[in-house]
Design a protein around this ligand. Structure first.
Ligand code: CMC
Length: 428
């Protein structure tokens, strides 16, 4: 017999079904709770709320496990390319060599952006944040593809939008970097693979031949894979809730970019580097002072803590090892790495962090690698977005394929009860 949970309230009891996933996590199904009992549930920040049923990503925060479509993040980060992972997230299976070549080929046919979109960059003031630019560019893309506004597209039409978006994302991210530097933009060269093309458009130069450094290409693939999906996080939930109103893919992804920008989510990678730089230059490298300030709630230790991981973040483990390797291979000696390691050591031995189960997260070491690869700090969250794009798209597709209802939470109202209207002349 199917398991149930019993809720007693107001002298009555209600049987609530239990639903269990393939990895044995269980949830109380309350979809009929309000109609049966008049009650809603209250869970600020959704710490205990499952918003959907999903086949894409599994994570176990207690055990530090992360799987995309059943494959471990450790295997994917060490054995797959980013494009293989994009394919896996979108279509559910790892591609064969033929499928991968066809997929890369179709993406490369769509890497150019409309020249009018390139002109949009001219209106941004110097120094405008890359994430604000990316968000604008993403919603602007919808204007160039009016057919994408139709919510009732056939699967092959949706797939074309998906391919366009993946292709143009690398071009737009690279253009943001070039415009920030005041350098001429480089147009895509479709002889390169997805990641190399992005690196060429970002670090290539109109006056020189571009020679891809395999260390940088490998590092970039790994970082993008590690960021590719993370189930119902803040930005993915945003993409799903916007998509649930049948908003188009560009608008839904633009909303995801907005959510990611926040310093408690993807924006933390920029904050980490600025924090380490601050400790180095303004605190003489005194990490103990930074830890003491965090304990006094005077600052957050960016790159620490996670809503779901309460043991360790498996992505952070991989990135820490990669950081040592990549810096050594590139011959970079960054004093911020030593500060980061000391900060981790001090924090992990402090009861405040131990009791609250605060461990380094994916953002703690990633910025040091991005810096070594040559990216300026304000670009870091754009790189997170580039990696997360396939996850957002997979979440949006799944929502639409499941024909999910519009997302619309309820609330407990604590404002005034009904009161009489006062005419303006009588107000004090
Ligand atoms: N530094 C100092 N104290 C912290 C930190 C931190 N980084 N993170 C949490 N705490 C404290 C918090 O003040 C609270 O203390 P108390 O019990 O005394 O009130 C306790 O730990 C629990 O924190 P919480 O805010 O209830 O935890 P949460 O699960 O709601 O928040 C978080 C998770 C990631 C928003 C939070 O840990 C944080 O703000 N971290 C810093 C920002 C960051 O690195 N974000 C990147 C997350 S990973 C990448 C991604 O997917 O976005």
């Amino acid at each position: 017999m199917a398991e149930t949970a019993t809720l007693s309230y107001g002298g009555k009891s209600y049987e609530l079904p239990i639903i269990t996933g393939t990895e044995n996590e269980s949830a109380i199904d309350i979809s009929k709770l309000r109609s049966d009992s008049g009650l809603i549930t209250f869970d600020e920040g959704y710490k205990n709320t499952g918003s959907t049923i999903s086949n894409i990503t599994f994570l176990d925060g207690e055990k530090g496990i992360l799987h995309y479509r059943g494959y471990t993040i450790e295997d994917l980060a060490s054995k797959a390319s980013f494009v293989e992972v994009i394919y896996l997230l979108l279509y559910g299976e790892l591609p064969t060599q033929t499928q991968l070549s066809e997929f890369e080929g179709s993406i490369s046919k769509h890497t150019l952006v409309h020249e009018n979109l390139v002109k949009v960059f001219e209106v941004f003031p110097t120094g405008s944040h890359p994430m604000g630019q990316l968000m604008t560019m993403m919603s602007a893309l919808s204007s160039f593809y009016p057919d994408s506004l139709n919510p009732n597209k056939k699967p092959e039409e949706t797939n074309l939008t998906v391919i366009r978006l993946l292709a143009k994302m690398t071009t737009m991210c690279a253009m943001i970097h070039k415009k920030g530097k005041g350098h001429p933009v480089l147009y895509p060269q479709n002889k390169y693979d997805y990641v190399t093309n992005f690196l060429y458009m970002t670090f290539g130069n109109v006056s020189e031949e571009y020679i891809a450094d395999p260390v940088i290409v490998d590092a970039m693939n790994k970082l993008l894979i590690l960021h590719a999906d993370h189930e119902q996080n803040c930005s993915a939930s945003t993409v799903r809730i916007v998509g649930s109103s049948h908003a188009n893919l560009y608008a839904s992804i633009a909303a995801g970019i907005a959510a990611l920008w926040g310093p408690r989510h993807g924006g933390a990678n920029q904050e980490v580097l600025e924090m380490l730089e601050d400790i180095r230059t303004n605190a003489g490298g005194d990490v103990k002072r930074a830890v003491a300030e965090a304990k006094d709630k005077k600052r957050l230790l960016f790159g620490f803590g996670h809503r779901v991981y309460k043991n360790f973040d498996p992505r952070a483990k991989i990135i820490k090892v990669a950081c040592d390797n990549i810096l050594a291979k590139l011959g970079v000696n960054d004093p911020l790495l030593a500060i980061a390691k000391e900060l981790e050591e001090v924090a992990l031995n402090d009861p405040y962090f131990v009791e609250r189960k605060l461990y380094p997260n994916v953002d703690f070491y990633s910025g040091i690698i991005y810096k070594a690869l040559g990216f300026p700090t304000p670009m870091f969250t754009v790189l997170f977005a580039l990696g997360r794009l396939p996850g957002w798209i997979a979440q949006w597709k799944e929502l639409r394929e499941r024909n999910e209802n519009i997302g619309r939470p309820r609330q407990i109202y604590t404002g005034y009860t009904q009161r009489a209207f006062t005419n303006i002349a009588d107000r004090k």
